[in-house]
Design a protein around this ligand. Structure first.
Ligand SMILES: Nc1ncnc2c1ncn2[C@@H]1O[C@H](COP(=O)(O)OP(=O)(O)OP(=O)(O)O)[C@@H](O)[C@H]1O
Length: 246
């Protein structure tokens, strides 16, 4: 029996802007059915990596393999069709579209018997069901984040890329989003999660990697980081709350 291909294999990825390098040969794997967190200082290149994987930024060189197929440099719609869903930084919901319109658009053209239907998304995110007629600019930050996640699920992802999904949310809402992600992980969805806070990454992820100046300088199982968070904290060089229980 052959092993299932990794959900994501990035090797030797070089990318940046206007000929300048931001990613200096990044290598990162997400095994199928696992959550890989990526932490790093501001400006380390986390969003650049997410955008390069999602096909929003063309790499200079390197490999981005999704489910065994190299999609490096392919446009975003090809990458999305290959099963990559994106929850972008800042949510990026349309201010003038209603919740129902966002969901309908995301669900369009996804073939027969999709795993994620609007009904299933509303079961998971009942708050959206109460806000179907509200426009994007009438939603709270937490509701916008739920919508960004619901919209991404409707693209039927095999791999979900999440760029700081709890950024700017009140503590209770951020905890609710992390709970939601934990539930999706338990259901077997593969994820690459960019997180500012190490303690939050520890709560959700199976593995934690650190990106520094465009290079992966650390990558280990979460249990190892939980046992010794100071190693990673020193790489982040900002005061990070210690995970509970350590
Ligand atoms: N569109 C762009 N054009 C030129 N340079 C950019 C662009 N986007 C980002 N950069 C630069 O690339 C570098 C990496 O930025 P990036 O947003 O990927 O970092 P990050 O780790 O996601 O940071 P943060 O945690 O602040 O979101 C930074 O020096 C940034 O100024």
């Amino acid at each position: 029996m052959t092993a299932a291909p990794a959900a994501l294999r990035v090797e030797g990825l070089h990318a940046g802007y206007h000929g300048g390098l931001v990613l200096h040969g990044v290598g990162l794997h997400v095994e199928a059915g696992t959550v890989q967190a990526l932490v790093g200082r501001n400006g380390a290149g986390k969003t650049t990596l997410i955008h390069t994987i999602a096909g929003l930024l063309r790499p200079y060189s390197g490999m981005v393999e999704i489910g065994g197929v190299d999609l490096a440099g392919k446009p975003a719609h090809r990458v999305a069709r290959a099963g990559v869903g994106l929850v972008p930084q800042g949510r990026r919901v349309f201010p003038s579209l209603t919740v129902a319109e966002h969901l309908r658009l995301a669900a369009a053209g996804r073939g027969r018997d999709p795993m994620w239907t609007v009904e299933r998304v509303l079961e998971l995110l009942p708050r959206l069901g109460e806000r179907l007629d509200h426009r994007g600019d009438q939603l709270s930050g937490g509701e916008q984040q739920m919508l960004a996640i619901g919209r991404a699920l409707l693209t039927q992802p095999r791999l979900l890329l999440l760029d700081e999904p709890t950024e700017g949310l009140a503590l209770d809402l951020a905890a609710r989003v992390r709970g939601l992600l934990t539930g999706l992980a338990e259901a077997g969805l593969s994820m690459l999660l960019v997180e500012q806070r190490l303690d939050h990454a520890i709560e959700v992820a199976d593995r934690i990697a650190v990106l520094d100046y465009g290079r992966v300088v650390f990558d280990a199982p979460t249990a190892q980081v939980r046992a010794d968070p100071t190693t990673v904290q020193s790489m982040l060089s900002i005061d990070q709350p210690l995970p509970q229980g350590s």
